[in-house]
Design a protein. Structure first.
Lengths: 330, 705
């Protein structure tokens, strides 16, 4: 039997030390994905450093108007938090669009960001997957890939990132706060996840041993009208076929801020910078939205069986943009 | 006596409900016994070929691993009737997921780790897992599943179709579907000398005992198969599955009790699935809508191990009057897992196609689809010419239309818009044959005034215990709570399986007869009862299986209302309403649960469920309940089941027809027809997922709105 050590850390320092002392260790949060992967043999950690009881389970309103969400705040609590619902509604909506009630009660903020792709080839150790076993090939590229990437994929990997929450964080200009051997640092949520390139085994920019301590929603996006919309195969407990998070500000008939991120289209939440750029300063018209979204999605390179994702994502983005700007356009 | 209320028909609660909801009901894997071991199979990772070597050294070195069974050391078994049970007997790999070894260990965890450490070498051969209607190996078998002739023809269907005033010629596709009962297949087996006892999650343990007796060369008296609680089966537990054979082998080999609990991920390839069907339906009608020709041709697939032919064209022999007709099944053997029974085999996929085509015909004719169906109602069963023992599909359609307020709809497709939603409604009929098999039962009057009914029926979650007790209580004219019942063990009087919607009819008949005989004996008896009571035993052989001159079927009608999101292509069922004519309903509570459950499964078939054959690997891409999308609660909103009481003297002493399957039969077509009504585009391949619906909407948009 594959045995592993289990250590429960009471402080960040203790967690980092425990991790460093045990080669092959993994941090354990809610365990909703890691434990599944261990059962599948995809993850075979030598040790689990349980960080779910670190004192990172609070949501704090900071003096500058930003909001810090601790890494161990449960998804359900995050979605229900008053400030999140009032000022960054896209995040609350995204979290509630994911998983099931039971899973959201267990899953943590940090763990949600670090969950792995649900690509069936990744989950089956008897099949090739460059993400799981670099150099073994990609079963999905010419295989079953209806749910896979249309943007930013590589010859090595066509997986998507499954998180709904991460898409909203990317759109809302959140930052991911990290703690590691070199101290604390932070990264924009939109740059936290990577594109696969020739190293699909690396999902994120996190360094070995680093711990996500929290996520900060900036004051700049507080109160900006925002929403998340997801299309899926069933009404609950299904990963996105495509999704979009949008935060858009309009003042005096002009788009003053535009933040758009797509989910389920790529190996990471896809921040639509080109679309945002052309929208800034434009009038919030249907034509402008169509132009911007089409420009962004023109980069798409669908696989044999997932071309539907492009018009689906387009429709979602146009719908949410229109909805969020309806008041300003009348 | 007159004061005893009638038990049959009453909404009696499930007798084992409290045990189940409090977690005290024990299932097959939950049988802790001293020294019990756990075993984990090793599935093949190729689709076709041979095993050339199995390296078990690493597994055997692991702490807790006792042994690894392979074709080299596994007990030899007699060749089973069902080739999917010939496990670890040779090196052949007939499909991906076929079990090639079994790791037996002290704990489940050790067994799992051991299985991961077994190294299997293969000589792989090219495989073919792709079903096409023009496949060169397609052939017309003798029979389809259920013993129906694969081909049936009346008149000159091609000529009649060619000269018909109005024609529909359409092809429909249903993907592989999986039963996925809540409780995965599991067995705990132990040997006591030459006596074998297994706890097995099965729909019928009498047949499991017979299979084990044959394979292990044991007299049946030395085998007990217990299936006390079963967490669903939907057909996938209707025959013995690999778990029971492997557990018995491992227990014999080690001399200790062994549990084999198949993980969810193994189920898709080893416990059957509904085979995919490619169906072509041609309907010819005169200008008034009367069918002149009905041609339903099905191409399906089976495995290399055995011929299983989904009988999807059979319901077309029952449903509509048409002077000319051909129904035909073709099958292609491929290097795929063996298909098997899944709730309403034949009827569910076949009626999806036929009832979709009828909706298309109604559209061509400009007729109301309810009226078109009523117009084509046959006087006798079209293919056999036999009279119906009872047939109230027209009444179901009328009653459903009334309750659903069908007539208030604007029949024009794409005529109802609510913001971004297009709303539509659809109808389809349903049919399911009456099946009944011989059964035995014993009824005993006890000196304490109670009664005990013993029968090896299986309660797979349907409420069988409860309804059989109701039947006995009524015959004995005693309150329901005086009747105890024992089911779920092959030591009880033998009975057939819970399948083909036949359980209550088959078991109930023998319970009815045993109870009647007991009542007669009690009437003659005077004085106190002997210590072990007074018993009567019935065997319905010769009665239940007697040829009937009647065509016997349950019927129903389904109505669905859907909202289609034009932005995402997502379809949500807002209302689903079924009306059934299924003889006498014996328990209103559990019957409603069966109907609603079937309709919910049909909703999944219509919108969310489907397995994808991986052409490179030969297995299914969906192997857990996160990826195989059964409907979630949020998908199931307003589901109503109603019924029309039928008084049919040609069935069984209770006057009942089976109700376990008919709920699924017309549901997918009703939902598909509603989607067509909503969006004005016909989709002919299930499930109706957002990608397909969105493409249809775009297609429609391209043609101008």
């Amino acid at each position: 039997m594959k045995t592993f050590d289990y250590v429960r850390a009471d402080s960040l320092e203790e967690a980092a030390d425990a991790f460093a002392a045990r080669p092959g260790a993994r941090y354990l949060g809610g365990g909703t994905n890691l434990v599944d992967l261990m059962k599948l043999g995809v993850e075979r950690p030598a040790a689990l450093v349980d960080i779910s009881r670190l004192p990172l389970d609070t949501v704090e309103e900071l003096p500058d108007g930003s909001l810090r969400i601790g890494a161990t705040v449960r998804n359900s609590d995050l979605a229900a938090h008053r400030a999140v619902r009032d000022r960054w509604p896209a995040l609350s909506q995204a979290v509630l669009a994911g998983a099931s009630g039971q899973l959201r009660n267990a899953a943590t903020t940090g763990g949600n960001l670090l969950q792995r792709t649900r690509c069936p080839y990744f989950q089956d150790v008897a099949k090739p997957c460059n993400k799981r076993e670099p150099g073994s090939g990609c079963g999905a590229r010419d295989g079953v890939h209806r749910d896979h990437a249309v943007l930013g994929h590589s010859a090595h990997c066509v997986a998507t990132h499954p998180s709904d929450m991460a898409v909203a964080l990317a759109a809302l200009d959140a930052r991911v706060e990290l703690y590691g051997a070199d101290g604390a640092r932070s990264l924009p949520a939109a740059e936290f996840h990577r594109l696969p390139g020739d190293r699909p085994e690396v999902d994120t920019e996190i360094r070995p041993g680093e711990i996500i301590t929290g996520v900060v929603l900036p004051a700049a996006t507080a109160g900006v009208p925002s929403a998340y919309r997801k299309a899926r195969d069933r009404a609950s407990y299904a990963f996105a076929l495509a999704s979009v998070a949008v935060a858009v500000g309009v003042d005096d008939g002009v788009v003053t801020s535009a933040r758009i991120a797509f989910g389920a289209l790529a190996h990471r939440p896809w921040r639509a910078r080109r679309a945002e750029e052309v929208l800034l300063g434009a009038a919030p018209t249907e034509a402008a939205f169509e132009h911007a979204v089409d420009l962004e999605l023109s980069a798409a390179e669908p696989l044999r069986d997932n071309a539907y994702k492009v018009p689906l994502a387009r429709g979602l983005a146009l719908d949410v943009l229109a909805r969020l700007t309806a008041a300003a356009r009348t | 006596m007159a004061s005893v209320p009638t038990a049959v028909g009453a909404p009696a609660e499930r007798r084992e409900g409290r045990e189940k909801v409090t977690g005290t009901a024990r299932y097959a894997a939950e049988q802790p016994q001293p020294g019990r071991l756990h075993a984990r199979p090793v599935p093949a990772t190729i689709a076709r070929g041979r095993v050339t070597g199995i390296d078990t050294a690493a597994a055997l070195e692991m702490p807790g691993v006792l042994t690894v069974l392979t074709p080299e050391n596994a007990p030899r078994l007699a060749e089973p009737d069902d080739p999917t049970l010939a496990l670890l007997q040779d090196s052949r790999v007939p499909h991906h997921g076929w079990f090639v070894a079994l790791v037996v260990a002290e704990t489940l965890e050790a067994a799992r780790a051991g299985a991961a450490a077994v190294r299997v070498r293969y000589a792989a051969e090219d495989h073919d897992v792709t079903l096409t209607a023009s496949h060169p190996q397609a052939y017309v078998p003798e029979e389809a599943n259920g013993g129906y002739p694969a081909r049936s023809e009346r008149g000159e269907p091609d000529a009649a179709f060619g000269s018909a005033a109005v024609r529909v010629d359409a092809e429909y596709r249903v993907p592989p579907l999986h039963n996925h009962p809540m409780e995965p297949h599991a067995t705990t087996a132990h040997w006591d000398g030459e006596r074998l006892t297994v706890h097995n999650s099965s729909q019928g343990s009498t047949a499991v005992r017979a299979t084990l007796a044959q394979m292990f060369a044991l007299p049946e008296e030395r085998i007990t198969v217990v299936a006390e609680h079963v967490g669903g089966g939907f057909g996938s537990k209707g025959t013995p599955r690999p778990d029971v054979v492997l557990a018995a082998m491992a227990a014999r080999h080690t001399g200790r009790p062994v549990t084999v609990a198949l993980p969810r991920r193994f189920l898709p390839t080893v416990v059957g699935h509904r085979a995919p069907t490619l169906q072509r339906v041609r309907l010819g009608a005169d200008a008034d809508g009367r069918l002149t020709s009905l041609i339903h041709e099905v191409t399906t697939r089976t495995s290399r191990l055995k011929e299983f032919v989904e009988q999807a064209a059979v319901p077309a022999r029952i449903m509509y009057a048409s002077p000319h007709s051909r129904t035909l099944h073709r099958v292609v053997p491929l290097d795929v897992p063996s298909p098997s029974w899944m709730r309403a085999p034949g009827e569910a996929p076949g009626m999806y196609a036929l009832e979709s085509a009828m909706d298309e015909l109604a559209g061509e004719l400009g007729m109301d689809p309810v009226e078109l169906r009523i117009l084509n109602e046959p006087d006798t069963e079209p293919d056999s010419g036999r009279p119906f023992s009872s047939r109230h599909v027209v009444e179901c359609l009328r009653e459903g239309a009334r309750r659903f307020e069908w007539l208030s709809r604007d029949p024009r497709p794409r005529s109802r818009r609510e913001g971004p939603l297009l709303v539509g409604s659809g109808v389809a009929s349903a049919t399911y044959p009456v099946q009944v098999w011989p059964s035995t039962a014993e009824a005993r009057a006890l000196p304490d005034g109670g009664f005990l009914v013993r029968i090896n029926a299986t309660d797979i979650g349907t409420g069988a215990r409860t309804v059989l007790a109701q039947i006995a209580a009524d015959v004995l004219a005693v309150p329901l709570d005086r009747v105890r019942i024992q089911v779920g063990s092959s030591d009880l009087p033998p009975a057939p399986l819970a399948g083909g919607s036949s359980g209550t009819a088959s078991w109930g008949w023998s319970v009815h007869e045993a109870s009647s005989q007991l009542a007669a004996r009690l009437a003659e008896h005077s004085g106190p009862l002997p210590e072990d009571g007074l018993a009567a035993r019935a065997d319905t052989t010769g009665k239940a299986d007697a040829d009937s001159p009647w065509s016997r079927h349950a019927f129903g009608a389904h109505f669905a209302e859907v909202g289609v999101d034009t932005v995402t292509g997502e379809v949500r069922v807002r209302r689903l309403l079924g009306v059934y004519a299924a003889g006498r309903i014996l328990n209103a509570r559990t019957a409603r649960s069966q109907f609603v459950g079937g309709m919910t499964m049909g909703l999944g078939m219509a919108l969310t469920e489907g397995s994808t054959t991986d052409e490179a690997f030969g297995d299914f891409a969906e192997s857990d309940l996160a990826s195989y999308h059964v409907p979630a609660h949020a998908d199931v909103r307003d589901v109503q089941a109603h019924w029309i009481d039928e008084d049919d003297p040609h069935l069984n002493p209770m006057g009942s027809k089976g109700i376990g399957e008919i709920g699924i039969v017309g549901t997918a077509a009703a939902i598909g027809n509603a989607v067509h009504h909503a969006i004005g585009v016909r989709l002919r391949e299930l499930p109706l997922t957002p990608d397909r619906v969105l493409a249809a909407l775009a297609d429609r948009g391209g043609k101008g709105r």
